[in-house]
Design a protein around this ligand. Structure first.
Ligand code: C5P
Length: 287
């Protein structure tokens, strides 16, 4: 069996709303998601023996065992199709920042589900792969689908949307991490008074109105960040808007902030300017 090389795109939240909390502690969400061309590259390498499933990557600190979502996804896949776990190395070339609100780990896991289905000729539908993804992580079903989509429930109820007009995104991750469970706990402590206009966003997407999309970018998690972090997020948003972004917003549970541009030259210039201050800055397009 030959190696299989796959691309796993990052995700951005054009909107993120928290509607409530389930008894099990998970939250009811309503989010408009968009995949972008900033990708990790995965190589699935069947080893032809029974040495088990392991991950390897260009980042020494990432786990190589079942704590890595790609290994978890592969185990879920082989259990579901009733095949014994083979010897398999999953190599990750990481470019999507880790723990950054851009679903890097979830997208890698989704790519593994898609790739193993292809490699082993198991013929599972996209819907079946999305269902398998639910047990790996809340963003994995969306990452199996990709493109522009409305995600509801925990994030597993998906409605595909028409693609955005071609545009550019500058993604900028400041040098701190935000704990996802902690941010969800913080959102439980407050009454959310401002919500994204999700319906307005859906209408703007249907109308292919990029300016209408840009003015409706909104993430409720920005309002519950500790004040020091909120200031940095605002500083990045201001820099993106000063650089010609039509709108700017934090993605997911952060800390990545992105700006949406209709002009490639402005996006390139903003990316160059921001990368002088925040090293983890990249330019991407919608995909
Ligand atoms: O599903 P996943 O493992 O990606 O979720 C990580 C954490 O995010 C959960 O442990 C939970 O604290 C929080 N979460 C949530 N509600 C969701 C999705 C995630 O509270 N819908």
């Amino acid at each position: 069996m030959n190696d299989l090389v796959l691309q796993a795109p990052a995700k951005l939240n054009l909107t993120l709303d928290v509607l409530g909390r389930e008894p099990d502690g998970y939250h009811q969400l309503r989010m408009v998601m968009q995949s972008v061309t900033l990708c990790d590259t995965l190589t699935l390498r069947p080893l032809g023996d029974a040495s088990g499933i392991r991950a390897a990557s260009n980042l020494a600190y990432l786990p190589n065992d079942g704590n890595n979502l790609v290994v978890k996804a592969a185990r879920v896949f082989f259990a579901a199709v009733g095949l014994p776990e083979p010897g398999l190395e999953i190599h990750l070339q990481k470019r999507i920042p880790v723990c950054a609100g851009t679903a890097g780990g979830s997208s890698d896991a989704a790519a593994v589900l898609r790739g193993l289905n292809q490699l082993y000729g198991t013929g599972l539908s996209v819907e079946a792969l999305m269902k398998l993804g639910e047990s790996v992580g809340s963003d994995v079903p969306y990452c199996v689908l990709g493109g522009t989509a409305l995600a509801e429930g925990r994030g597993e109820r998906l409605t595909p949307l028409s693609p955005l007009p071609h545009c550019w995104f500058v993604l900028c991750k400041p040098g701190f991490s935000i704990s996802t469970p902690e941010l969800f706990r913080a959102v439980d402590q407050v009454r959310i008074t401002r919500h994204p206009n999700t319906q307005g966003m859906l209408d703007a997407i249907a109308a292919e109105d990029l300016r209408g999309i840009a003015v409706r970018l909104y993430n409720v998690f920005e309002d519950v960040l500790p004040s020091g972090r909120r200031c940095v997020i605002q500083e990045i948003k201001d820099a993106l808007l000063d650089g010609g972004a039509l709108g700017a917003c934090m993605s997911g549970t952060g800390p990545t902030v992105f700006g949406l541009f209709d002009d490639r030259a402005k996006a390139e210039q903003a990316a160059a300017q921001l990368s002088a201050i925040w090293r983890d800055t990249s330019l991407a397009e919608n995909c």
